[in-house]
Write a protein that binds this ligand. Sequence first.
Ligand code: NAP
Length: 502
Amino acid sequence: MGTTEVDHLIIGAGFGGLCAAIRLQEAGERDFVVIEKDTDVGGTWHANTYPGAACDVPSQLYSFSFALNPDWSAAYSPQPEILAYLRDVAAGSGTLDRFRFGTEVLGARWDAPTRRWLVDTSVGAYAARTLIAGAGGLSEPRLPDIAGIDTFAGPVFHTARWDHDVDLAGKRVAVIGTGASAIQVVPELRKVAARVDVYQRTPNWVIPRNERRTSERRRAVYRRFPGVQRAVRAGVYATLEARVPAFVRFPQLQALTEAAAKANIRRGIADPELREAVTPTYRAGCKRILISNAWYPALAADNVDLVTAGIDRITPGGVVDAEAAEREVDVLVIATGFHVTDPPIAERITGRDGRTLAEVWAATGMQAYKGTTFHGFPNLFQLVGPNTALGHSSMVHIIESQVRYVVDAVDTLRRSGWAPLEPTAAAQDAWNETVQERMAGTVWTAGGCASWYLDAFGRNTTLWPGHTFTFRRHLSRFDRGAYQVTDPSPASSPSPKETLPA
Ligand code: NAP
C-alpha cells in the first residue's frame, strides 16, 4: 500500500480532533484526514463506558460553542448522552467521510527534505504537511504496580476499558482507587454486586452534585430561543471562572469547598470512624474536586467496605492489605487513572533532530509553546497539550481556543508557501517560565498533596493556571513573531520573549 498525501493529518476523533476537522473545513481546508484507533467518534466518551460514567462539568458548558445542545437531560450529562451528542455533531458536520476508524498511529517523524510528517499507522502510511494531535490527555490507563496482580484468577479491567461481558451480579468486587472514575462506578456496582471492597490510598474532597433534570419545557425554550440557552451558558461559565482565584491565588478560599464536602460526608455517613477515614487532610482543589451525592452513602452501605490499610499484594483469589488481611474477590476493577504527564503519543512523535517528544520531555518535563506547538517539531500542534487542562471548567473551551490558533497557523503556512514553522526556543522557554512562576502559590503546588497534575520533577505541567478567557486571549491569533522557519530554509532570528500579562 502506498503513502497517502494530505495537507493535514489529525489524530483522534474526540472533542479535539472533531473540532479541528470542523474548523479546518470551515476555513476552506479540504485536504485532511482524521485517524482514530477506536471504531467511532467520541474519544474519552467512547472509551469510558463504565456504569455511572458521567461528566462532572455542567452540561451547558460541555458542548461546542457552535453546536449547542438544547436537549441535555440534566445539569450534568451521562456518558451515553455526550457520546450521542458527538456523533450528531460529527454526522452533521460534513467531515465524517474523512475519518478513518480502527487506525492507530504507530510512529510519526518529521522528514526535512519533503517538509512532511511521515506517519505510520496500523492501516497504512501518510505524508502530511501538518500533524494535529488530539490524542487526549487522559486516554492511556495507568495500571498499578502491585505485586501479584498478574496472578489474579478472575476478570481484571480498568474503568476506561470496562468489560461488559462480565456479569457482576452477586459477585465480590474490589475497586482500587477513589478518584473521579471510582466515585461514579462504586455507587452503581454496589447495587448489583454481593460485596464491594474499595481500596483508598488518599481520600478526595467530594461536594454535592446538582441532580436537577432539565424539564421538557425548558428544552423547548432552548430549542426555540437559542439566545436564552446562550445566556444560561454564559452564566454557568462566569460562575465557574469566579472560582479561579481560589485555585490560583487564594487557596484559603477553598475552606468553603471543604465545608461543603464535610457537610456532604455528614449527610452520607453516620459512622465517625468512616467519616474520619474519608476526610482529606490536604487543601481542597489540590487534587481534582469531585462531585457526588451517591459516593458517601455508597461507602456507608452494608455491602461496601472501605479499606485504607494499603495493598500489600494480590493473590489468585483476592487482595491482601498491608495489615495482612486477605479479602477474597471475584473481580478486580482498576480505577487508578491515566498516564498524564507521560502520554504514550509523545513516544511516537519524532522531531527534526531525531528525538521523540518523550525523549525531549525526559530532560525537561512536558513543555510546549502556548500548550500547542513545540520547538524542534515543525508544524506539529497538540490539542490538550502541556498546561492546558483545567481543574475548574470545561476543556471544550480550551480546545476551541487551541483550534482557533491552529487554523490561523495553517492560514499563515498556506500563505507562505508551506515553509514549516516551529516556535523559537526562546519563545517556548519564556512561556514555560512564566507559567511555572504562576504555579508557585497555587493550591496545586501549595495545597499539601501529591497529584497526577505534577510530573516526576514535582512541577505542574498539566494545568492552566488562570482563567480560560486569558488562555483564549493568548491564542487569539497565530503570533508568527514567536516562530522560526525550520530548515532547509535559513532560520529567522529569534522572536522577542512572549510573556503573560500580570
Ligand atoms: P485519578 O483521579 O487519577 O484517580 C486514581 C485513583 O487511584 C486515586 O484515588 C489514586 O490514589 C488511586 N491509585 C493510583 N495508583 C494506585 C495504587 N498503585 N494503589 C492504590 N491506589 C492507587 O483517576 P480517575 O478517577 O480515572 O480520574 C482521572 C481523571 O479523569 C479525573 O481527575 C478527571 O479529570 C477525569 N474524569 C472525569 C470525569 C468526569 O466526570 N468528567 C469522570 C472520571 C474521570 P492517590 O490519590 O493516592 O494517588
